[in-house]
Every structure is written in structure tokens, then in C-alpha cells.
Write a protein that binds this ligand. Sequence first.
Ligand code: FES
Length: 164
Amino acid sequence: MSGAGVEAPAAKPAGAKKSAGKRGGNAVKPGGGERTIVAFCCHECAYAAADAAANARTSLPPTVRLVLMPCTGRVSPLHLLSALADGADGAMVAGCLEGQCHYREGNFQAIDRVAFVQRLLESVGVEPERVRMFTMSAGDPPRFVAAVREMDRVIGSLPPLERA
Ligand code: FES
């Protein structure tokens, strides 16, 4: 855990490299830096789907950094806000399908928290779509890949996040 409360990435997506711009046209910020999206993934479904995608050598956007969580119910608003405050341009939460959380209601809690953070961001003039929630099953790697690519597309279409 870093000092800001956000865990260091547990793993990089398959094929992710430091060099931006080779894949995924959204990786380079207009200011020259690399865009970053922190993906908080539940161990049971989203991370398993990411792992399967990596084993199938599916390329993911180089912008995405995975953070392994036991359940999305453990993702707090502070995790999401800290990710943005510490340099990420977007943060996503990826968990089990609704009704299929292995800890019963964790993903419903995460959905509520993401909505809360979106409202908070909007109230201070930050695009709420910088934080998103996605759900999927462990056996659906394409859905995970589609989620991170969608997030990469959206974040790439936004200006860099300005911080005070
Ligand atoms: Fe996957 Fe709770 S275990 S969201």
C-alpha cells in the first residue's frame, strides 16, 4: 500500500510497456506524459478474466494498471479519488456480475460508491466519466477487454486531468 492509500499495481496487463503510443493511440497526453487508468479488479471475476485475456495474449491498452482487490466492495471512494489525485487520468472498478459477488453485496456497494464519486467529481467540475464501474464473469475475458478499451477510449478523449 502506498502512502496515499492506493495499492501498487499487482500486475500489468498483457503486453503493457512503458513506452506509450505504440499501441492504443490514447496513451500519450498532450503534455507529453503517459495517460494512466487504474483498474481495481476483484479477484474472483474481473482479475480472473484479465488473467485469461493475458494468457490468450490479448493486447490491452498500455494505459491500464491493474490493482488486485479481494472484492470490489473493498474499493472505497478514497481509493478512487487518491488514484486521480496521484496522477491517474481515470479509475475503473471491475467486479463480478450483479448478484454474483462472492461476498454477496460487494459489487452493489461498489456501484454505489462509484456513483457517489462521480457526483463528487461533477460537483467540482471534473468529468464524472473518469470513474466507471464494470461487471463481468470470470469466464468472459472479452468483456474485460472491452471494458478497459472503452475506458481507454473515453479517457483518451478527455483533456488531461488538471490538479491544483
Ligand atoms: Fe467480485 Fe465481490 S467478489 S465483486
